[in-house]
Design a protein around this ligand. Structure first.
Ligand code: IVH
Length: 684
């Protein structure tokens, strides 16, 4: 084959591969290769097409922005296409972009805006006469999917804005799943045997592109608006920075980490600052976006294909790497789960050496076909535990071993699989994806339970980490988390421990003492009831007056609470049926760790003690503003109707479940007019 033919073949092969991966990524939300590997394929294709323009065809994946919209949603035509961004992978590439831009503008200095490039899903929100009318995905840039109903469930998306806003305008931004929410979602999915999401972007896309908006509503999605698409009927500022400020004033969420930058040096500083602090971000960002601030200069620069010349993505170093998976080992989790994890040939990824990575459950390992001995892609991002994305099948030698969890477990006398920590029998309950240790006294579970109890979101007792809790347990200074409240009697023994001087013992005892005042929601979370995470703990703390009330609740009573289904109800019942757990509750009571449902601090204000839930659209203001007003008058605003709800405010297109619930509980319902009158009356 001559050289040209070879090039052509390679180009065709690349196109096929990229189209396949586009489909996996954008339509199925289930990529097979890492972003880095994907970028490499696209780069190679682009370079070849540049060098051999005779092979560039209009249907090449380099010529479009994303995948075609899924028909089921209904299609939205974008009045102005949603562009994509060119990339810079090094300081040099950024400098080249800047030089080119300066040359085209005929100016050496111009203002820029630096933003984080959040890894989520681009959306366009259209407002007409102050109301959100359409929310759409980017799709192929020209036509996107109509996902209005789903976007309406995101709390930070204003459903209406001030009437002074332009009569018709479009706000564009990125919908994303914060890292913590992503981790929780994947954990839940792993436990339920559902496929896990490869990264927060896929999880966000998968959540937003749900045909059932109720599923979207349950995911903790958020949005940052990053530009004004267009505006009609009102003059708008003519720099990007001021437009962001303007959008903020209309009630949109704009990233506070954006910065107005005066020179390319300031861009470099901004980039470096966030490369260094990337881990601290609550969301996953894969770089920064640099934009020319003046909109008239943006217009001068225009775009090539789908990429504006006035903006560029300056990517952070990769968070993915490849290495060999030596073995799949097992750790025992807090709820007794057998958690498989990968032992890796150490590899540097984003400045950190990885030796281990998470694998979720056996089904997930099978689904991804990860074998012991495989070369794998691993990724780490934010504070998420690094994970194995998938195998690199082309590197297989035939020596790899298919994984079976049961085969890896020790066997008890009867030949049944046993817990590697305590030796109790291990079972896989019907319909579940995980294997469980059947002992509740398993030291691994107790230890993880204590780690959860003292963790930041729970009792927040500083100074007890993994190793101290292990030491305390091993030395029998404590047997469960509640024993921490009587540990002051063992001061002398504490002082005997390694690294525990007078000062650290005093600090520890003080931290334990302070934690006695934590509110009910944290104590509920700290108990570590299966399926009760932060959000569910809040639901329970809103509904029940104290731990006794929760403990005594029947299955029926629990299921009456919105958001609690049979799975959670059963898990709560089971928790309070276990003698070890009842002992913990009694110890907490004795120690005075006995919070009651927080009465509103706003005593004295006119709406004190009153709880409002709003459903449907309000004419006079957005839901957020209405909630603010309730709070300003001392009331509380909640999302779910419970026994404690004083009023359900019913707007246009109200949600059926809230209405039903209010009917069942006999909650008082009022119209928007009545609500306004009530606010007015209380304000006087
Ligand atoms: S500006 C004309 N700003 O990156 C510029 N995009 O390839 C187009 N993204 O899917 C977008 N953060 O959703 C812009 N601060 C930011 C962004 C951002 C994330 C995404 C965007 C698009 C992709 C661009």
């Amino acid at each position: 084959m001559d050289e040209l033919n070879q090039v052509k073949e390679r180009i065709n092969r690349l196109k096929e591969q990229i189209n396949h991966h586009n489909y996996r990524y954008h339509v199925l939300d289930s990529p097979e290769i890492s972003d880095t590997e994907y970028d490499q394929l696209v780069r190679e294709l682009k370079q070849l097409e540049e060098k051999y323009p005779q092979f560039l065809t209009p249907d090449s994946p380099t010529q479009r922005v994303g995948a075609a919209p899924v028909e089921a949603f209904g299609v939205v035509e974008h009045p102005y296409p949603l562009l994509s961004l060119g990339n810079a992978f090094s300081g040099e590439e950024l400098a080249n972009w800047y030089t080119r831009t300066a040359r085209m503008l005929g100016e050496e200095h111009f203002d820029l805006v630096g933003e984080h490039k959040i890894d989520g899903l681009a959306v366009a929100l259209t407002y007409v006469d102050g109301r959100l009318v359409t929310g759409a995905t980017r799709g192929d840039g020209f036509r996107g999917e109509n996902i209005t109903q789903n976007l309406r469930t995101i709390r930070s998306v204003p459903l209406s804005v001030s009437r002074d806003a332009p009569s018709r305008f479009e706000a564009r931004g990125e919908v994303f799943l914060p890292v913590a929410g992503f981790q929780r979602l994947n954990q839940e999915r792993a436990q339920e045997g559902q496929p896990t999401f490869a990264n927060p972007r896929n999880a966000a896309a998968g959540s937003v592109r749900q045909l059932d908006p109720r599923i979207t509503a349950r995911r903790p999605l958020d949005i940052y608006i990053y530009m004004l698409g267009y505006a009609e009927g009102r003059a708008i500022p003519d720099t990007h920075w001021e437009r962001l400020e303007y959008l903020k004033s209309l009630g949109f969420k704009v990233n506070p980490k954006n910065a107005l930058l005066k020179s390319i040096e300031e861009v470099a500083d901004y980039y470096q600052r966030w490369v260094n602090n990337r881990e601290s971000l609550p969301y996953e960002a894969d770089g920064i976006v640099v934009k020319v601030n003046s909109v008239s200069r943006q217009d001068v620069l225009g775009s090539v294909g789908h990429e504006p010349r006035w903006a560029i993505a300056y990517k952070f170093p990769a968070v993915e790497g490849t290495t060999q998976l030596k073995e799949i080992a097992i750790s025992v989790g807090r709820t007794g789960t057998m958690n498989p994890y990968a032992i890796l040939e150490p590899v540097r990824v984003g400045g950190v050496t990885l030796k281990q990575a998470a694998l979720h459950n056996e089904d997930d390992i099978r689904r991804k076909d990860i074998r012991e001995g495989d070369w794998v892609t691993v990724r780490r991002a934010g504070e998420v535990i690094p994970e194995v994305v998938g195998p690199i099948v082309s590197k297989r030698t035939g020596q790899e071993k298919v994984y079976s969890l049961v085969d890896k477990l020790p066997k008890n006398k009867e030949g049944h699989p046993a817990c590697p920590v305590c030796g109790a029998e291990v079972v896989r309950p019907e319909g579940e994806a995980m294997y469980y240790c059947t002992s509740t006294a398993c030291p691994a579970q107790v230890q993880h339970g204590i780690e959860l109890f003292v963790s930041r979101g729970a009792m927040d007792i500083r100074g007890i980490g993994e190793s101290l809790s292990a030491t305390l347990l091993a030395g029998s200074l404590i047997h469960d988390a509640a024993d921490l409240y009587s540990i002051k009697e063992k001061r002398d023994e504490l002082l005997q421990l390694d690294k525990m001087g007078e000062k650290s013992v005093d600090n520890l005892l003080a931290a334990i003492e302070t934690s006695k005042d934590r509110p009910l929601v944290r104590v509920i979370l700290a108990l570590g009831i299966r399926h009760v995470g932060g959000e569910m703990a809040q639901v329970l703390a809103d509904e029940f007056t104290d731990l006794d009330d929760l403990k005594n609740a029947s299955r029926e009573r629990l299921m009456e609470v919105e958001g609690i289904g049979p799975k959670i109800a059963d898990s709560i019942i089971k928790f309070f049926a276990q003698p070890e757990n009842l002992k913990i509750i009694e110890k907490l009571r004795k120690a005075g760790v006995w919070p009651r449902r927080t009465p509103t601090e706003a005593a004295g204000l006119p709406l004190a003690g009153m709880e409002f839930v709003i459903t449907g659209r309000l004419d006079s203001f957005s839901r957020e503003v209405a909630q603010e007003q309730v709070k300003a008058l001392g009331g509380t605003a909640k999302d779910n109707v419970t026994r404690n709800t004083s009023y359900l405010v019913v707007g246009e297109d109200p949600g059926g479940s809230k209405l039903n619930r209010a009917r069942t509980l006999g909650t008082r319902q009022i119209t928007e007019e009545e609500f306004l009158a009530l606010l007015e009356e209380k304000r006087r």
